[in-house]
Design a protein around this ligand. Structure first.
Ligand code: PBG
Length: 323
């Protein structure tokens, strides 16, 4: 039975101040993480500005402007000058991310410096781990050797922390990687890309990071988009192995997964508003079909409303000026 006309939900929508007073979800810059790409040279991306890459010197300048705008956390990705079969550039003490960290750490002591820990940007074949003997050419990434990869991921994480990272974020989706990193780094916060799906929405990132697989795809290790119970099992494993923060990725097509993880686990939850989500809005705005700022703010609010505490987003820099 309707309680109208006594109940009139529009009463709290009449003015901006009333809407703010009744608002359930807020965006605060402290909860946002800006992705940054370090490479051997600077290469702007005209259409997707947040996917451009920076030389170490330019990265320092970019970080200066982010910090001045109020950004409190960044996640670093590396585009190495050379790639090989075993991703040497990922755990090289003088690798691109390690150089970036050594430049940033002393200059920004308060900034949360997080690093993506994965091998795909560093392998010549573009997969997130090392391949089994004679496996190149098969179809679904099940040729990636799980247990052989764990040691290299742990080495990568250790070298990031030695160079100044505060937080490491393994994104490779090998089984047991959180435990392997936890054994090597008992005091470092781990943000686990726990429910990371084999998604078409990573396209623009792979182009920017030059990390598309040379053959096959990532379905042998990243999750099937059709599954949500399995996401909870991934999260359960990661918490048991010592993860401090869980992550769901992508964000917008997986809001139900964010909600399910939020309800089951009490650890902080992150969501990655990925490159394809950013690119869709950018493209629509360029076509004159949507207002970028309004669509971005609505997207980010939806991700927070679904239950994410922390959001990694390419809009973080612009968000600083919008808030
Ligand atoms: C590395 C990694 C990827 C992304 C984050 N870490 C690419 C992938 O898994 O193919 C994607 C981020 C984005 O699309 O914004 N494994």
């Amino acid at each position: 039975m309707s309680t109208f006309p006594v109940t009139r939900l529009r009463r709290l929508r009449r003015t901006g101040a009333l809407r703010a007073f009744a608002r359930e979800t807020h965006l605060d810059l402290d909860q946002f993480v800006m992705p940054l790409f370090a490479g051997p040279d600077t290469k702007a991306n005209a259409e997707l500005p947040a996917l451009g890459r920076f030389s170490v010197d330019d990265l320092v300048r970019e970080t200066e402007s982010l910090v001045a705008a109020g950004v409190t956390a960044v996640i670093l990705f590396g585009i190495p000058p050379e790639k090989d079969e075993v991703a040497s550039g990922a755990y090289d003490d003088d690798g691109i991310v390690q150089q970036a960290l050594r430049a940033l750490r002393p200059r920004f002591p308060e900034l949360v410096l997080m690093t993506d820990v994965c091998l795909c940007e560093y392998t010549s074949h573009g997969h997130c781990g090392v391949l089994k003997e004679g496996a190149a050419g098969s179809l679904h990434g099940d040729e990636v050797d799980n247990d052989e990869t764990l040691d290299l991921l742990a080495r990568t994480a250790v070298s990031h922390v030695e160079a100044g990272a505060d937080v490491v974020a393994p994104s490779d989706m090998m089984d047991g990687r959180v435990g392997a990193i936890r054994d090597a780094l008992p005091h470092t916060p781990i943000v686990a890309y726990s429910a990371k799906y084999a998604s078409a929405f990573y396209g623009p990132f792979r182009e920017a990071a030059e990390s598309a697989p040379a053959f096959g795809d990532r379905r042998g290790y990243q999750m099937d988009p059709a599954n949500v119970r399995e996401a909870l099992r991934e999260c359960e494993q990661d918490v048991a192995e010592g993860a401090d923060v869980l992550m769901v990725k992508p964000a917008l097509p997986y809001l139900d997964v964010i909600r399910a993880v939020r309800e089951r686990f009490d650890v902080p939850l992150a969501a990655y508003n990925v490159s394809g989500e950013y690119a869709m809005v950018k493209a629509a705005a360029r076509g004159g079909w949507m207002d970028e700022r309004a669509a971005a703010l609505e997207s980010l609010t939806a991700i927070r409303r679904a239950g994410a505490d922390i959001v990694i987003s390419y809009w973080t820099k612009e968000l600083a000026s919008w808030l």
